[in-house]
Design a binder for this molecule. Structure first.
Ligand SMILES: Cc1cc2nc3c(=O)[nH]c(=O)nc-3n(C[C@H](O)[C@H](O)[C@H](O)COP(=O)(O)OP(=O)(O)OC[C@H]3O[C@@H](n4cnc5c(N)ncnc54)[C@H](O)[C@@H]3O)c2cc1C
Length: 380
């Protein structure tokens, strides 16, 4: 049964995440954005809260929380700084997720505890110059040579790419077999032939590191394959389904920040002798914003609940991501409008929220790809 009531523990975790984000993240979010700086110090603080391993089982040093709780925290962190929620969500969903679901016992013991403690950073590398939305078209190859696989190729736009201690890399081990020939590898930093290329200069989530990864005759032990050869596409798609629930929560958090800023401004700013909020046109705009935020949260919670119940949730995750991301852009757009010219100026945070919101429509599958996923379920 779906309930709209959070458990006392979830209420407590949400309140604590809000306080943490307001105390430690919000005060420096603008500066990190301006400098385009990934902060290891802040990442360590987020890890000390237990957020990097929030969904990691307790036996591997995590909090063992459910997806719903994860979404509550992502929303609060995103409300303060979307870039920090990228690090948290990719660590949990895109890296710990596939290791928990498909990894061997040895891989779980080796990689999950340092991730959960924040001692190691990680990334998930699927995208390539010629494999974006068409992620099956992997040109990175791995060829077996004795007990090792030799990896060659380039990954682009990888979140955490420049700071990660290890990467989950999808590569083709059999090009003729197409998607059935894709394999997921764990590649550690320092492996000869593994280098970090350009760091991207971005519109938004600027405090998140986004970089290119290059593999040149990089030798990977057989034991570093996740789930066996040929399972890479299934692992990647399953991982992205999980990640999309978190992107829905991210959209809600960013939009909430924009709504709150707009409401405050509309109360304070006077024109024609009245606070802006007294103008019905703007009051109605704020109502629409709040309604959209709550709709996106419900979609996100539904997808999280389905995942927690171990039910099929791919369509619902795509809906949560699609609606949450496009909603965030719309709400941030409206928040700037309510601020008038001041909304365009960096002294006010809404311009950062607007820039940050935009990425949610692009990564982990663009809006067009979400529509294709949803269509494959509802137009059958
Ligand atoms: C800041 C940032 C962080 C990222 N982090 C990661 C990461 O950590 N790991 C990772 O692997 N990737 C990451 N990505 C990559 C991201 O997932 C891809 O950029 C995204 O999937 C789109 O691929 P593309 O950029 O190649 O666009 P393309 O696939 O070239 O798409 C261009 C346009 O065409 C549309 N399009 C494509 N095919 C279709 C179709 N069949 N029907 C209709 N429209 C279509 C797309 O929706 C889009 O509008 C990140 C990207 C950014 C910008």
């Amino acid at each position: 049964m779906i309930t709209f009531k959070l458990t006392p523990e979830q209420e407590l975790i949400r309140a604590s995440a809000r306080e943490f984000a307001e105390t430690h993240i919000l005060p420096i979010a603008g500066e990190l954005d301006e400098k385009q700086e990934f902060s290891r110090e802040l990442t360590s603080k987020i890890a000390k809260q237990g957020y990097m391993g929030i969904i990691v089982p307790r036996e591997y040093g995590g909090a063992g929380a459910d997806v719903m709780t994860y979404c509550l925290i992502i929303e609060e962190i995103s409300r303060a700084c979307a870039a920090q929620s990228v690090t948290m969500s990719l660590t949990n969903s895109l890296v710990a997720g596939p290791i928990i679901n498909f990894g061997s016992d040895e891989q779980k013991k080796k990689y999950l505890p340092p991730l959960a403690r924040g001692e190691k950073l990680c990334c998930f590398a699927l995208t390539e110059p010629n494999a974006g939305s068409d992620s099956a078209n992997q040109e990175t190859t791995a060829v077996l040579d004795g007990d090792e696989w030799i990896l060659n190729g380039t990954k682009i736009f990888i979140s955490n790419g420049g700071v990660a201690d290890f990467a989950i890399v999808i590569a083709s081990t059999d090009r003729a077999a197409k998607i059935r020939g894709l394999t997921a590898f764990i590649v550690e930093k320092g492996t000869p032939g593994f280098t970090v290329g350009v760091k991207e200069n971005k519109l938004g989530i600027r405090a998140s590191n986004t970089a290119e990864l290059v593999f040149q005759n990089c030798r990977i032990p057989k034991a570093n394959i996740i789930g066996g050869p040929g399972r890479g596409f299934r692992i990647a798609m399953d991982t992205l389904d999980g990640g999309r629930v978190g992107v829905g929560a991210q959209g809600v958090g960013i939009a909430r920040a924009a709504f709150e800023a707009a409401l405050k401004y509309a109360r304070e700013r006077k024109q024609f002798g009245s606070p802006l909020i007294d103008f019905q046109g703007l009051a109605h705009k704020l109502v629409e914003m709040q309604m959209e935020i709550e709709t996106a949260r419900l979609l996100t919670w539904k997808a999280a609940w389905l995942k927690d119940q171990k039910k099929r949730y791919a369509k619902d995750a795509a809906m949560a991501k699609l609606y949450g991301s496009e909603m965030a852009t719309r709400v941030c757009h409206a928040a700037i409008q309510i601020h008038g010219g001041y909304g365009f100026i960096k002294d006010y945070p809404v311009e950062r929220f607007y820039r940050d919101a935009r990425i949610t429509e692009l990564y982990e599958g663009t809006s067009e790809i979400q529509r294709m996923v949803i269509a494959s379920h509802v137009l059958k």
